[in-house]
Design a binder for this molecule. Structure first.
Ligand code: PNW
Length: 495
């Protein structure tokens, strides 16, 4: 079947499903207690890399290595949220969001990661951030690890490839629970362990940039991230949960994999693709081991869980965090792109014979496919017995551009339509019965987009990097203001 035919089929299904429901999209399409927030991560926004006693992270070293970041930039200053957090919190409040998902920089708490001496200035910074959020009625959702590993842990132990990192993470997590848990009620251990495993240890496009052992290291790095997650959760539940009354989860990411045709090879390929993204992390947590398809294909390259590991992992989430941006058609085939796809024996298709799965955003991997998020949410609900889910990231990027005047850059019509489409699909998944409790837009503001530096802009708020990092609301920010107030959220900037 051609991509054009398959796409037409799905889009017909999708539009009839939407037109059967109350349009246009508005806040009232979601349950009254459904939470809306915005998200960022420490390395991408904080800056102040040598201030406040922070130790270096693997991302500092990586971004300072020539050729790793496409515009040659780093996040030494980023958008300077370390100093401007009050201004940014005022903006979150002005937009009307009820929650802010941010991450703690591990090397601000323990500069060398070893967990011997805590950095009080780091603790003080996050206390200020958390207290300022609470003063404005904004709930903190705190990620402990969003990719910025203390450099010393990489250099001395080999980072995520060494089992002793589990203990280091546990000490760091415990310090955070003890210091902030009286006020933080939602914890996320690790952000997207998949991206760390693949981009950090297979393709090497993320820190620490390893690609020498692509058929083994990603699986080790994933294994120790899972064990570190489970250890932190067990500490939280044993020592803090009863008194503090919070919840803890893991954030996974998944592009939807839609079989290109109804034939069994393509359906199996799509199922494997989901196993190699989601099942890799969620099967050990909900079912006690890696998916069978991974065990079969990876053999000895896939580490083995001891009975003790399995017991610790089992049910180690109070909620699932899902980061979702895009989708692909999938068929059985040999994708030569890298070892990770080769072993899955899947071919991912975004464009074929001039037809794409959806309109393109700026990042080469990001196609706009609103129906995909409904399918991922329903898939998680079905496969894992309907756990509580938060969409912890969703959004799209525009290309940075030196030519267009500011007012044009601010009028981000495509982003408004992205959010309308994806939120419609989330509301639909809720109606289908998925237990989705909240949704976080990525991102509050333009920031350091990893290997793309500052060339990609994901923000609801524009950051003017040439004029003192001033913040300017985009049309999408105004759209959220109206949507969150309960209006219809028509596009454009009318206020
Ligand atoms: C997420 N993919 O990463 C991260 O959590 C954010 O820090 C990041 O800024 C955001 O998405 C936008 O990129 C992803 O290729 C990166 O499918 C790449 C993919 C998915 C998620």
């Amino acid at each position: 079947m051609s991509i054009t035919e398959r796409k037409r089929e799905i889009e017909q299904e999708w539009s009839s499903c939407i037109s059967n429901n109350n349009n246009p999209l508005c806040r009232a399409n979601f349950p009254p207690n459904f939470l809306f927030g915005v998200a960022t991560s420490a390395y991408q926004v904080e800056g102040a890399c040598n201030q406040g006693g922070r130790g270096p992270s693997t991302w500092d070293a990586f971004s300072h290595t020539e050729g790793k970041i496409c515009d040659g930039k780093d996040a030494d200053i980023a958008v300077d949220q370390y100093h401007r957090y009050k201004e940014d919190i005022d903006l979150i409040a002005k937009l009307g969001f009820g929650a802010y998902r941010f991450s703690i920089s591990w090397s601000r708490i323990y500069p060398d990661g070893l967990g011997t001496k805590v950095n009080d200035e780091g603790i003080a910074h996050y206390n200020n951030l958390i207290n300022s959020l609470l003063e404005k009625g904004i709930e903190p959702y705190v990620t402990l690890y969003h990719w910025d590993l203390p450099l010393h842990l990489h250099e001395s132990l080999g980072g995520w490839l060494n089992e002793s990192i589990v203990k280091c993470f546990a000490i760091y997590a415990e310090t955070c629970f003890a210091s902030f848990g009286d006020r933080v009620k939602k914890w996320i251990t690790i952000n997207e362990p998949l991206q760390t495993a693949i981009n950090g240890y297979c393709t090497g496009v993320y820190a620490p940039g390893k690609n020498e052992n692509p058929s083994t290291e990603p699986y080790l790095a994933a294994h120790y991230q899972l064990l570190a997650h489970a250890e932190a959760v067990s500490i939280y539940r044993e020592k803090f949960k009863e008194q503090q009354g919070g919840e803890i989860g893991l954030v996974v990411d998944c592009e939807w994999a839609e079989p290109l045709s109804d034939n069994i090879e393509d359906k199996n390929a799509a199922a494997r693709r989901l196993d190699f993204q989601l099942g890799w992390y969620l099967d050990p947590i909900f079912y006690g081991d890696y998916p069978e398809s991974m065990q079969e294909r990876l053999g000895d390259s896939l580490p083995i869980f001891s009975q003790k590991n399995k017991d610790l992992l089992r049910n180690s989430v109070d909620f699932v965090g899902l980061n979702h941006y895009t989708s692909r058609f999938v068929r059985q085939g040999t994708d030569k792109q890298n070892e990770y796809y080769r072993v899955q024996e899947v071919e991912r298709i975004a464009e074929c014979e001039g037809e794409a799965i959806g309109p393109k955003a700026a990042s080469p991997w990001l196609y706009i496919v609103p129906w995909g998020i409904q399918k991922v949410l329903n898939y998680i609900a079905q496969r894992y017995n309907n756990p509580p889910i938060y969409v912890t990231e969703n959004g799209m990027d525009d290309e940075d551009n030196d030519v267009s005047p500011l007012h044009e850059m601010l009028d981000d019509k495509l982003r408004v339509s992205y959010y309308k489409g994806y939120l419609t699909a989330v509301a639909q998944a809720v109606k289908d019965g998925a237990d989705v409790r909240g949704y976080f837009a990525w991102s509050l503001l333009d920031n350091f987009e990893w290997q793309y530096g500052y060339t990609k802009r994901f923000g609801l708020i524009y950051v003017d990097f040439k004029n003192g990092l001033t913040r300017h609301l985009k049309s999408s920010a105004y759209w959220f203001v109206r949507f969150l107030k309960g209006g219809e959220g028509k596009s454009g900037k009318e206020e």
